[in-house]
Design a protein. Structure first.
Length: 285
C-alpha cells in the first residue's frame, strides 16, 4: 500500500476512535437532553369565520377540521435552549344563507425557546419562531375571480408556560402558548386586479407587501393537557387563532376555534407502564 495512503488511513482511524471516546459514550447514556424528542399528533374539530373582500364583502362561518404534529427537543449546544417544530393543516367549508366557500391553510412554525425553570414543576419558555403559511379561499359563486391565494411568512415572538402536576397517581402536564407575528411579508393581489392580469399579463407590481402589527395584527394561542391512560399518553387541547390583514385596500380575517385530541410519544425512551414522565433535566416539554 502507498505509504501516504497508510498514514491517511491511520489518521482517519485515530480520529474516529477519538470522536467515539469523547462523544459516542456520552450519547449512549440516558442523560443527554438532545437525545429525547417529545412528539405529539393531534386531530381537531371546531368552527371558523372567514372574510376576504377580494372575493366578497360577506363573512362566512362554518365547521373546520385540522391535524397537527409537534416536536420538541433540547439543542445540542445549550441545555436550556429547546427547539419547537409545529406543523398544522386545516380545511373548512363555511356557509351562510345556503352558499358555501372553501378554505384551507398549511402552517409551519420552527424556532427556539429559552427555558426558565421558575419552580421544580413550572417552566417559562421565551423565544422566536419562523412562521410559514400557504393556503386558499375559494368561492364557487364568483365567475371572474373565484379564488384567492394565501401566502405569508412571519417572524413570531413566542412564549410558553408548562406546568407539571400530579392528580392521584397520574402525572399531568399543562401548557399555554401564544405566538404573535411581529414582522413579515405577504402576497396580496392589488385592489381591482385579477390573477389573469398578474400571472399571464405580468402585472405583479405591489403584490408582495411588508407586514407588521399595523396591517397584520394576528395571534395564535394554544392550551393543552397531557394525561396518561395505561401505556399511552393522550393530549387534549384548545387552539384559537386570529389571522387578519389590511393590505392593498383589501381586508381579510380568519377566526378559528378548534378542540384537539391526540397522543404524545417520548422518542428514545423505554416505555413506562406506570405513565411516569421524563426527568425535567432531559424533558424539553
Amino acid at each position: 500500500m502507498n505509504p501516504m495512503l497508510s498514514r491517511l488511513a491511520a489518521v482517519v482511524a485515530l480520529s474516529c476512535a477519538y470522536i467515539y471516546m469523547v462523544y459516542g459514550q456520552s450519547l449512549d447514556t440516558d442523560t443527554v437532553p438532545s437525545r429525547y424528542r417529545v412528539v405529539a399528533t393531534t386531530f381537531g374539530a371546531g368552527r371558523q369565520k372567514v372574510l376576504d373582500t377580494y372575493l366578497t364583502p360577506l363573512q362566512y362561518a362554518g365547521p373546520e377540521v385540522s391535524v397537527a404534529r409537534e416536536t420538541m427537543r433540547f439543542t445540542r449546544f445549550n441545555k436550556d435552549l429547546s427547539v419547537q417544530n409545529f406543523f398544522r393543516i386545516y380545511a373548512a367549508m363555511p356557509g351562510k344563507n345556503g352558499y358555501d366557500i372553501y378554505s384551507g391553510l398549511v402552517n409551519w412554525n420552527y424556532g427556539m425557546h429559552y427555558q426558565f425553570q421558575l419552580r421544580y414543576n413550572l417552566k417559562l419558555l421565551v423565544g422566536g419562531l419562523g412562521d410559514l403559511n400557504a393556503g386558499f379561499v375559494y368561492n364557487p359563486r364568483n365567475s371572474n375571480n373565484p379564488a384567492s391565494a394565501k401566502a405569508f411568512v412571519d417572524l413570531d415572538a413566542s412564549a410558553m408556560l408548562i406546568y407539571r402536576f400530579k392528580l392521584g397517581r397520574c402525572h399531568l402536564t399543562a401548557r399555554y402558548q401564544a405566538n404573535l407575528p411581529v414582522m413579515g411579508v405577504m402576497f396580496s393581489p392589488d385592489y381591482g386586479s385579477s390573477y389573469y392580469e398578474m400571472f399571464y399579463l405580468g402585472y405583479r407590481d405591489n403584490t408582495v407587501k411588508f407586514t407588521s402589527l399595523h396591517n397584520h395584527l394576528s395571534l395564535r394561542q394554544m392550551v393543552t393537557l397531557d394525561f396518561p391512560c395505561r401505556r399511552v399518553t393522550f393530549r387534549a387541547g384548545y387552539y384559537w387563532e386570529i389571522q387578519q390583514s389590511h393590505v392593498n385596500n383589501l381586508k381579510t380575517h380568519t377566526y378559528s376555534h378548534s378542540f384537539m385530541l391526540g397522543f404524545v410519544r417520548n422518542l428514545r425512551l423505554f416505555r413506562d407502564k406506570h405513565g411516569r414522565q421524563l426527568p425535567s433535566g432531559v424533558n424539553p416539554f
